[in-house]
Design a protein around this ligand. Structure first.
Ligand SMILES: Cc1cc2nc3c(=O)[nH]c(=O)nc-3n(C[C@H](O)[C@H](O)[C@H](O)COP(=O)(O)OP(=O)(O)OC[C@H]3O[C@@H](n4cnc5c(N)ncnc54)[C@H](O)[C@@H]3O)c2cc1C
Ligand code: HEM
Length: 410
């Protein structure tokens, strides 16, 4: 799906520019306090939204941080013509929103509570002029997102009022002790949608405590044309934190024959149809983005050169390993590197320790796709940039609210 963000609208009004420039730092400094007021206010007013927001991201504070960082970064790039492009942040948010069925009218609700929270936290500093300037920022941002989301809904023929489709579990595969794959088929008589390799779906489940919760899962395989597969790592709570709700539910409760509610595929962590060489660098559950890309290249461009590099705790934790290698063998030029924190001495194919890309010969103009925990991806990016790979050749996917994109832009 090739939908690009609309060009930035004309900048803020002159009057608002000066006010935003003068107040951006104070808003940024109070961003956590503002979002700490915003979400409870909004959920009290609209409890139905509790079933759309990821409540663990609320508990850990990651989503409020991502929202605050994006609004401040948006304001900064409005007043600074030299600021880096904001397009990738817009696209990331818009895709996430459409996978959750966010609708234009909901922007009024969010705007009302967000701007009220700004007023509550900053008090008298919010004069009528300051309020008007930030209202303008919010609505410029909202207008761009609404426009982009409308185009994404249209491109995938999704009615935002009914963004989900039922899928039946036709197969359940125990990949490792902590990872399962669920193979799913549309259960409404319709066809499986087009899926670009690397895209995800939002899966909505009704938890045993009757709460409805969505989570995103990469479509890890489309090998069978009528089906899609997701691959789910069980998340265990550490240091007293609770076990992951949806991954535990999918592992413990979902069997062949059950029906899950899925969004249309979303996300732009997608390989371009050029013939440039690819490096797919993953760790842990990030392997779910590697298999669909290798499958796609095997189907459409088997002459394209692909290097896969994966890091995991042990071989027993390395999901989809044999499948990736099997599909990779269908390519003309495929190389696989593996690192395990603990290696079985009999495993001659794996290296010991953390991923070290200095050992990997890099073809000219390599395009990099990386997915794994944030520190891992920072390490991958830094070591590749040190070897001359331009930042624009490195794409990444965060399995949570993206706290990186807006920070990198700001
Ligand atoms: C684009 C995208 C693609 C993804 N693809 C995949 C994929 O292919 N495979 C996959 O396995 N995952 C994938 N994920 C991650 C997935 O969406 C879920 O985040 C993951 O399964 C965990 O969900 P959960 O409900 O099990 O855990 P949650 O209940 O969401 O918990 C998440 C974490 O928060 C902690 N937590 C929860 N509540 C609290 C609290 N009160 N205090 C402190 N800590 C708390 C939990 O201990 C846990 O560590 C993807 C995410 C994104 C955004
Ligand atoms: C200008 C307005 C808005 C901005 C700037 C904004 C920003 C964001 C950002 C930065 C994210 C995180 C994206 C990521 O995963 O990296 C996000 C996710 C989300 N947004 Fe928005 N948003 C806006 C409006 C809305 C509206 C109107 C709704 C509807 C209620 C909404 C609901 C959500 C939900 C449910 C998520 C996913 C949360 C999660 O998974 O934790 N947003 N938004």
């Amino acid at each position: 799906m090739s939908v690009t963000a609309p060009a930035l609208p004309s900048l803020l009004s002159d009057r608002s520019q000066a006010v935003v420039a003068a107040t951006a730092a104070v808003v940024a400094a109070h961003a956590d306090a503002i979002t700490a007021r915003f979400y409870p206010r909004m959920f009290a007013d609209r409890p139905e939204l509790l079933g759309v927001f990821n409540l663990a991201n609320q508990a850990t504070g990651e989503q409020p941080k991502a929202l605050a960082a994006s609004v401040v970064a948006y304001a900064v790039q409005l007043i600074d013509p030299a600021a880096p492009s904001f397009e990738h942040v817009l696209r990331r948010i818009a895709y996430k929103h459409v996978s959750l069925g966010i609708r234009p009218e909901q922007y009024t609700i969010v705007g009302q509570h967000l701007l009220a929270a700004v007023g509550e936290v900053l008090g008298d500093a919010v004069t009528a002029e300051v309020a008007a300037a930030w209202d303008e920022v919010y609505w410029l941002f909202a207008t761009q997102l609404i426009a982009l989301e409308a185009r994404l809904y249209a491109a995938s023929s999704v009615d935002p009022a009914q963004p989900l489709r039922p899928y039946r579990v036709v197969r359940r595969i125990e990949e490792t002790a902590d990872v399962i794959s669920l193979v799913l088929e549309p259960d409404d008589g319709g066809e499986r949608p087009a899926i670009a390799p690397g895209q995800y779906v939002s899966v909505f489940v009704d938890l045993p405590d009757h709460r409805r919760q969505p989570r995103q899962y990469t479509v890890s395989s489309t090998a069978v044309g009528t089906r899609l597969q997701i691959t789910v790592r069980r998340v265990r709570g550490v240091g007293g934190a609770p076990d992951g709700q949806v991954s535990s539910f999918l592992h413990d409760q979902v069997e062949v024959g059950d029906v899950l509610q899925l969004s249309a595929p979303a996300g732009d962590f997608v390989v371009d149809p050029t013939d440039g060489p690819l490096l797919l660098a993953s760790a842990g559950a990030g392997i779910t983005t590697v298999l669909p890309i290798v499958e796609h290249i095997a189907r459409t461009q088997p002459q394209r050169s692909v290097i896969v590099a994966h890091a995991d705790r042990t071989a027993q934790d390395h999901a989809l390993r044999e499948t990736v290698l099997h599909v990779g063998r269908q390519l003309d030029d495929f190389t696989a590197y593996t690192w395990y924190e603990t290696v079985d001495p009999a495993d001659t194919r794996a290296r010991s320790g953390y991923m070290d890309l200095t050992e990997v010969p890099l073809p000219a103009n390599v395009q990099v796709f990386t997915c794994g925990p944030l520190p891992f991806m920072r390490h991958v990016r830094a070591s590749l940039m040190a070897r001359g790979v331009p930042a624009s050749n490195i794409r990444y996917e965060v399995f949570g609210p993206d706290l990186w994109a807006a920070q990198a832009t700001a």
